[in-house]
Design a binder for this molecule. Structure first.
Ligand code: URA
Length: 208
């Protein structure tokens, strides 16, 4: 599945502001939600619709609604929380499945310390949210969890992606679509995306 770099002017503009090192926590946080919402708009473009009838002011009207069990949003802790309200602003009825993944510093393997998935995942579209797709380790582990739980329609929404992270997901999970506001140059030796945004979790939570 191809990666979708969404080059919409609003996204380019907002992401450009987020790259400023002197941006306040408040502004960074607001923009992460706004770009999250804009990515959601793109990632939901092909959701299937089904007809239904509502009682309108002049009688019954045929309208459309999103078909099936609908959507679960899957924030990867902790930074993914920084995009959650943005996604929910467009899909307020979505169920939220929370995943906590940490890297074991000895084995360098991603391990899951929290998994609260909603039910009936085989009938849902999952929108995984995490601001930074760096090595792709946490994203791949989250996709594994969702697939083990039966989910078949998985989309990843990230603010910035590194080519190596995209390649990792494309190799392990070629069926998963990635929606990103930007594909940046590379990872540095500490695993940060260059030019990137710095530590997105710290910038969203104001911890540095
Ligand atoms: N996580 C971040 O918060 N920033 C990066 O650049 C890479 C991973």
């Amino acid at each position: 599945m191809p990666v979708h770099e969404i080059r919409h002017p609003l996204i380019r503009h907002k992401l450009g502001i987020m790259r400023r090192a002197d941006l306040s926590t408040k502004s960074f946080r607001e923009l992460a939600q706004e770009v999250g919402a804009l990515l959601t708009y793109e990632a939901s473009k092909d959701l299937p619709l089904e007809p239904c009838t509502v009682q309108g002011w002049c009688g019954p009207i045929e309208v459309e609604k999103i078909a099936g069990k609908k959507i679960t949003v899957v924030p990867i802790l902790r930074a993914g929380i920084g995009m959650l309200d943005g996604v929910l602003s467009l899909i307020p009825g979505a169920k939220v499945s929370v995943v906590g993944i940490a890297r074991n510093e000895e084995t360098l393997q991603a391990h899951t310390y929290l998994e609260r998935l909603v039910g009936e995942l085989d009938q849902r579209t999952a929108l995984i949210i995490d601001p930074m797709l760096a090595t792709g380790g946490s994203m791949a582990a989250t996709i594994d969890l969702l697939k083990q739980a039966g989910c078949r329609d998985i989309r990843a929404l990230v603010l910035v992606a590194a080519p190596v992270g995209i390649a990792h997901i494309e190799k392990l999970h070629p069926d998963v679509r990635i929606y990103t506001a930007a594909i940046d140059e590379r990872l540095n030796e500490d695993g940060y995306i260059i030019p990137g945004l710095g530590d997105a979790g710290d910038r969203i939570f104001g911890t540095k």
